[in-house]
Design a protein around this ligand. Structure first.
Ligand code: KMT
Ligand code: NI
Length: 178
């Protein structure tokens, strides 16, 4: 089951896989107000149904741990840095955890980090244009996740530090103004 809380913002280059729980919980209802939806999905059939409903035609699987990089620590670290860099996508992002666990951090309407801890059977829908980042948990340092794509499996991220705010990003930002 998912765990959601405000991040303590005390992460460093070495310890961002630690929980960083501020002690302030966040409800699923609050998440839904910024367009982030959580579902627990236990069967392949339910996953297929969700994909059909939302018109997702493709999927792939990501296996993220050191072994998946043939124990090449530099390649593994580079991937970890890439996923933890704050970014958004032009399309909705759906991730389904098959095994292991991980953190998705999303920015709330006041630009504060909310951390979601996902494990097996957890599915998260991130709206197009939301700033977010991903990392593994320090305990397991392992996740296997299905990525759902509307069309071809393409993964294009727009990093916040580029300052590029597209139409999609701006309209998302508009939609959550309080
Ligand atoms: C993303 O876009 O942030 C990701 O795909 C993160 C890795 S999925 C386990
Ligand atoms: Ni992303």
């Amino acid at each position: 089951m998912v765990e959601v809380y405000y991040h303590d913002n005390k992460d460093t280059i070495d310890d961002f896989t630690e929980p960083h729980n501020s002690g302030v919980p966040v409800s699923l209802d609050t998440l839904s107000k910024i367009g982030v939806f959580y579902r627990q999905i236990k069967t392949q059939e339910d996953l297929d149904n969700l994909a059909t409903q939302r018109d997702y035609k493709n999927r792939d699987e990501v296996n993220l741990n050191l072994a998946a990089f043939n124990n090449d620590i530099n390649a593994y670290n580079a991937k970890m840095q890439q996923f933890y860099k704050e970014h958004y996508h032009e399309d909705e992002e759906i991730r389904y955890i098959v095994d292991g666990e991980g953190y998705f951090d999303v920015r709330d309407e006041n630009d504060k980090w909310i951390r979601t801890k996902l494990n097996k059977y957890d599915l998260l829908i991130l709206p197009a244009g939301i700033y977010h980042r991903f990392t593994l948990t320090d305990d397991l340092k392992y996740v296997r996740a299905v990525r759902l794509f509307k069309d071809e499996p393409k993964w294009e991220a727009i990093n916040r530090d580029t300052g590029k705010e597209s139409e999609v990003r701006l309209s998302y930002a508009q939609s959550i103004v309080v």
